[in-house]
Design a protein around this ligand. Structure first.
Ligand code: ASP
Length: 677
């Protein structure tokens, strides 16, 4: 059976991938021999062999002849935008672009569209069989880059009201193919290219390219805004080859040829920007590349960009004010609706966790959480949790059209779906779910008992068809980013919107979350600062205690100390965070050595910072916004991959260039590394 060209292409491709993977994943030692056979084709030695063999002189190869034609191609007389503004009938022009599909109207007449290099504009080409260009046009595949020389003509029927870019067409006088777009790559509006062909994903998807253009605008508006502040922020690049310091995240190491010596890629420019504050640069910013070898939770990239800034002689209040101005400028320049004109709302970590069960709540859709255990019958509590000491929280989700059946259907489908599974399997107990139904005894709230049911009706202002969710949690202070009921609140809202049970909330809800605990219990999954005290810095170890009372708490109970740390949240997304820093060397050393109990050799990793603080460093504060995430929020996209030109996959790999790749035995030798069996 003859294979269609797409199938043939895909079979050839997978064979190629298999072969290339075969070579790639062979152990480095085995590969050495094979590479010797392959590599010389590209080496200078091999080229000199070619010179000695006249039958394979480069000039005898047809592709080199083709290439020579493309080397010297006519320069464009106009870009499309300028052309549309200046075009005049009978004008001779040369335009560059991609050829579209050709329509042959007769043996003597063909049409094709020429799309400009930005792929945002196009013009109709007309070709008659009266010159060579007619045959040349026919020999060029659609999507190939070309230079077209032609004569301008005004389009029939166009008038003063016709948009400028639809007034003109071009009679082709010559066409200069610049490269071929092969027939075996099928590119239609429906084609979905795999991540291995990211360049074709980008080329075939105008939305992706628009997102990159939008990203560039966001970049320049932020830069412009910061540089116009008084005094201005100064853009400073800080090194990417940094050293390993236990700041909080797992790092990527870069081995060097000096035995046992490695750089670390910065998890953020945090220490360098504080060093700048000690260097007499009072206001710094940078679009900083950051690297974190994290377990890739949803939509995280191992390398990402931050809009990072720091200010000296400043407090957190100054930083929040500057950031609000940047956001307002961005929203007024690029968005349909504006950001709040006054200071953004603020919510303490405690309030965010107790009212929304999240330290990055979306407060647009209500469903506020409150404590309920004080009015619950003991037997109900024991039914919903195995915990002996617990708090119980509740929230209400408004029903749809006063229809309890619709609510029951929605919640049943949710709990039976994969999204519901983690909540059913919660070791602290599954949620208790009730649908308020005025037609049922005690409105469907019998397990609460008469008194509690009445209270509940009052507190939650229940209506026919409302959903009531209760959930137990351990009787302990909040830690971490969310509670089970907070996660459930969020998941139910997402499911309700995607199933059409509820409309999607609109608008942008900016929020500062403040007053985080300065320290949290050490995490099993995050490296923290490597101290032995059983606690780690919630933000990073350079964050200052908020008040004089919080400084005192360092001596009595550090877990009670509140941090001068602020996170900027919008619509349930943490855009970034920052803090006022400890600018006093003795206090910084005390936190690292006595509170976190870092071993001496880890403490020594921070010598540079302690010395700089000791050298009269002024008070300072700063923030970093996740730049990829900021663009995602502004564009309403699903994933940071939609706003990054060459993103990594969920496994942290670049499937196009195939990174990371196995180290060759030569590289291992060079860095004096040995792989453990
Ligand atoms: N360096 C911090 C981070 O990456 C941000 C800051 O505190 O300015 O989260």
């Amino acid at each position: 059976m003859l294979l269609g060209s797409a199938a043939r292409y895909s079979r050839l491709r997978s064979t190629y991938i298999e072969i290339s993977n075969y070579f790639r994943y062979r152990p480095a030692t085995l590969r050495t021999g094979l590479r010797c056979n392959v590599a010389p084709v590209r080496s200078f030695q091999a080229l000199s062999c070619l010179r000695e063999q006249p039958h394979i002189q480069p000039s005898h190869r047809p592709f080199l002849e083709e290439y020579k034609k493309a080397v010297e191609f006519p320069p464009a007389t106009h870009d499309f935008e300028t052309f549309f503004n200046q075009a005049a009938p009978d004008q001779e022009v040369v335009l560059h672009g991609y050829l579209g599909n050709r329509a042959d109207l007769s043996k003597k007449l063909s049409f094709a569209r020429l799309t400009d290099p930005t792929m945002t504009q196009n013009i109709q080409l007309i070709s008659f069989a009266k010159n060579d260009a007619f045959q040349k046009l026919k020999s060029v595949n659609a999507n190939s880059p070309v230079a077209v020389r032609g004569k301008v003509q005004s389009k029939k029927g166009s008038g003063p009201d016709t948009p400028k870019n639809e007034c003109w067409e071009l009679f082709v006088e010559d066409i200069h193919p610049l490269n071929d777009f092969p027939k075996d790559i099928i590119m239609t509006p429906e084609t979905v290219f795999p991540p291995e062909q990211r360049y074709l994903q980008l080329r075939s998807d105008g939305e992706l390219r628009d997102a990159l253009r939008f990203r560039a605008q966001v970049h320049s508006i932020c830069k412009d805004g910061l540089e116009k502040c008084q005094p201005p922020f100064v853009e400073v690049e800080t090194p990417l080859l940094f050293k390993s310091t236990p700041e909080g995240a797992r790092e990527f190491l870069v081995p060097t040829r000096r035995p046992g010596m490695a750089y670390a890629l910065p998890q953020s420019p945090q220490q360098y920007k504080q060093l700048l504050m000690a260097s007499g640069i009072p206001r710094y910013f940078q679009f900083a590349r950051c690297f974190r070898d994290e377990d890739l939770r949803a939509d995280r990239q191992p390398e990402f960009t931050q809009l990072d800034l720091e200010m000296s002689f400043a407090t957190g209040e100054d930083v929040m004010r500057i950031m609000e101005e940047v956001i307002r400028k961005l929203w007024s320049s690029l968005m349909k609706e504006s950001a709040p004109s006054g200071p953004f709302k603020r919510l303490s970590y405690q309030d965010a966790m107790s009212r929304y069960g999240s330290d990055k709540p979306d407060t647009r859709f209500g469903m506020e959480i409150s404590r309920l255990d004080y009015l619950l019958p003991v037997d109900l509590i024991s039914k919903i949790t195995p915990l002996t000491e617990s708090f119980v929280d509740v929230f209400k989700m408004e029903g749809n059209d006063n229809d309890p059946e619709a609510t029951t259907k929605f919640i049943t489908e949710f709990l039976d779906s994969p999204a519901g599974a983690p909540f059913n399997n919660n070791p602290d107990g599954a949620p208790g779910i009730f649908v308020y139904n005025a037609k049922k005894p005690l409105c469907g709230l019998q397990p609460f008992g008469f008194e509690a049911a009445e209270h509940l009706e009052d507190i939650l202002e229940l209506d026919h068809g409302d959903l009531i969710v209760i959930q137990a949690r351990p009787k302990a202070p909040f830690t971490g980013g969310s509670t089970a009921i907070g996660d459930l609140r969020r998941a139910l809202q997402t499911a309700a919107v995607s199933s059409g049970f509820k409309p999607a909330p609109t608008g942008f809800d900016f929020l500062w979350i403040t007053d985080f605990p300065l320290f949290s219990p050490s995490s099993e999954t995050e490296p923290g600062q490597g101290g032995t005290a059983g606690i780690q810095s919630t933000h990073h170890p350079f964050t200052a205690p908020k008040t004089a009372g919080d400084v005192d708490a360092l001596l009595t109970d550090p877990t009670q100390a509140i941090a001068d740390h602020y996170d900027l949240v919008v619509n349930g997304v943490e855009l970034g965070g920052g803090s006022r820093r400890i600018h006093d060397a003795a206090v910084q050393e005390f936190i690292l050595r006595d509170i976190l109990q870092m071993p001496a050799e880890r403490l020594a990793d921070f010598d540079h910072l302690l010395s700089a603080l000791r050298a009269g460093c002024p008070p300072h504060a700063g923030i970093a916004l996740g730049f990829d995430r900021l663009v995602v929020v502004m564009l309403g996209k699903e994933s940071v991959r939609d706003v990054i030109a060459f993103p990594k996959s969920g496994k942290g790999e670049d499937p196009m260039v195939k990174a990371p790749s196995l180290m060759s035995s030569e590289a291992l030798d060079m860095y004096r590394l040995r792989l453990r069996e």
